[in-house]
Design a protein around this ligand. Structure first.
Ligand code: ACM
Ligand code: ZN
Length: 550
């Protein structure tokens, strides 16, 4: 009996300690949440710590590590110096090094990393640039948000919690889209957009650069694209489609600016995928070169939103010469393997009446069938010709899910935007798919009742709904293999300012990052919401991003 009481006493005394240890280990505020996390007791002081780097780490990764060290030095006022680069063998032999240890581990995947923090060391391992980059983004979110401060904060020692993390993404393609046509955003604003994407470990910017309302890239061979096509004579007001504010509006990026943005993105581990939307959404180009249309014009850069009947004429050979010339210059500017050729919302009314288009249909022997019209097959011909041209230059196409209408050649990647159905159908047919359904991932949609929100295109997409998306729903294992990524789209018809743009983006983009990065079993909206509210919001405040509270 006495023994039993003693045992019970011992249990009561010991249990709270263990139970407590569990209770205080609240999840990390890191977004997207790492795949494997063990939180331990104690902390490591980053301010003034020595950085030891494996001599085999590449120069690009070393530069990022140096930037991180410089930031801690700047904000804390305590110098983080760099020790002479060391070899892996040396590190494991001595085991005595103190401070940060950055090591190359060739056995890891290119986007994988690990972090082991003890009171003495913060050891980071990765095999390649992106892995090191993501380890640093995780470390930034483990430190106080003050790490982003523009002013020194000498009271900050920047303590990192002792823990171990092993992490890698669920999807290889982690994208965010930006429409710079309906409204134009400066190079500085696009860079700011890329910065926040990088914080959340995204690696693709899908940049929508041409449409009915403007042509935004300098093409040297066709100067009128920007002289004429980059500007519109006013913009509709609010949702009144018959109105016009009478204010000339436009802008474009020079080739030097585009190269600058591409290089800036690359330094953040982000590849920019340019989109030339064709054969529809081409009024700005038609206004500049009317011979590219079925009727020959005249055309005007559109001052309103919507879908225009006036599209490129695939009956004329000059159209393909134009497209190939444009893509030739585009490929010089954008090294991305993927090029987006649009393909959405192309009405066929002009093609039905156009002698050149009908002659092309005849010459190709195209016949309508029960599934598709002859004109839909004509669009497939355009898609296939561009796909072939780009493939000859080592590039692959992405197209909106309309490219499935008609006949799609193998090797194309389908971007599912009209819900998930196109993506499900395409993946079952063996095409690679990027999921970007308007039902979950259109960030131009409202985040609450319209009466409380800035004027918007409509829809209903609160952050909880974004977070609930499962890109694999409705797919068997074979089809799942074809879902290469997830992306959200930000169309800007009703978004004219950087502040509004950021308000639509944040914090829904944080939710997107967990769809892209985390295993479904690691998703937890309550944990995520706390991290956003307690850490991301502070980071946004310091960095000057506008965002929507929830
Ligand atoms: C789209 O939203 N029209 C792709
Ligand atoms: Zn035509």
């Amino acid at each position: 009996m006495k023994k039993a009481i003693l045992t019970l006493l011992a249990m009561v005394l010991l249990m709270p300690a263990t139970a407590n240890a569990k209770v205080v280990m609240k999840p990390l505020d890191v977004i997207p949440y790492p795949q494997q996390v063990t939180i331990k007791k104690g902390s490591f002081k980053a301010a003034g710590a020595v950085f030891n780097c494996d001599e085999t780490i590449d120069a690009k990764s070393l530069k990022k590590i140096q930037e991180f060290a410089n930031r801690i030095t700047f904000v804390s006022g305590r110098t983080c110096s760099f020790a002479t680069p060391v070899g892996l063998a040396e590190v494991s032999a001595t085991g005595r090094m103190k401070g940060f240890l950055f090591l190359k581990d060739a056995a890891m995947g290119p986007e994988e990393y690990s972090i082991e923090i003890t009171k003495r060391n913060c050891t980071v391992k990765a095999s390649a640039f992106n892995g090191f980059l993501y380890s640093l983004q995780t470390l930034r979110q483990l430190l106080s948000p003050d790490i982003f401060s523009e002013k020194p904060i000498p009271s900050q020692y920047f303590r990192l919690p002792c823990l171990s993390i092993r992490d890698k993404p669920r999807f290889g393609y982690r994208g965010m889209h930006l429409d710079c046509v309906r409204h134009f955003f400066s190079v500085a604003q696009v860079k700011k957009y890329l910065d926040i994407m990088a914080l959340y470990k995204m690696n693709r910017l899908h940049w929508h650069l041409t449409d009915d309302q403007g042509w935004r890239i300098e093409i040297k061979k066709y100067p009128r694209l920007t002289e004429v096509g980059a500007f519109r004579n006013g913009t509709m007001i609010g949702k009144d489609f018959s109105s016009n504010d009478g204010i000339r509006y436009g802008g474009y990026y020079t080739q030097d600016q585009l190269k600058e943005v591409v290089a800036y993105a690359e330094d953040l581990g982000i590849t920019i995928i340019p989109e030339i939307d064709l054969p529809g959404h081409m009024l700005a180009a038609l206004a500049a070169y009317p011979e590219l249309g079925c009727t020959g014009g005249p055309y005007e850069v559109w001052t309103r939103w919507g879908i225009s009947d006036q599209v490129l004429c695939p009956g004329k050979e000059v159209t393909f010469t134009f497209l190939q010339d444009v893509f030739t210059e585009l490929m010089e500017l954008f090294p991305s393997e993927y090029i987006h050729i649009g393909g959405d919302e192309c009405p066929k009314t002009e093609w039905e009446k156009c002698p050149a288009c009908q002659a092309r249909i005849q010459a190709l022997g195209i016949k309508a069938d029960e599934q598709h019209t002859a004109e839909q097959y004509l669009q497939s011909y355009v898609t296939a010709r561009m796909q072939k041209f780009l493939a000859e230059h080592g590039r692959k196409i992405i197209g909106w899910d309309e490219i499935l209408e008609g006949k799609l050649e193998p090797g194309a990647t389908v971007m599912s935007w009209r819900g998930v159905d196109g993506g499900i159908a395409a993946s079952k047919m063996g095409y690679d798919v990027i999921m970007t359904p308007n039902s979950y991932l259109y960030f131009d949609y409202l985040q609450g009742p319209q009466e409380n929100e800035p004027l918007s295109i409509g829809g209903n997409l609160p952050i909880e709904k974004v977070y609930s998306f499962d890109p694999y729903e409705g797919l068997d294992e074979t089809a799942q293999q074809h879902i290469i990524g997830v992306q959200a789209n930000l169309w800007t018809e009703y978004i004219a300012t950087p502040e509004h743009l950021e308000y639509m983006l944040l914090p829904r983009m944080a939710a997107l990052s967990e769809l892209q990065w985390c295993k479904p079993s690691d998703k937890n909206f309550d944990r995520f919401a706390t991290a956003v509210q307690e850490r991301s919001f502070k980071i946004f405040d310091i960095l000057g991003y506008n965002y929507r509270k929830f």
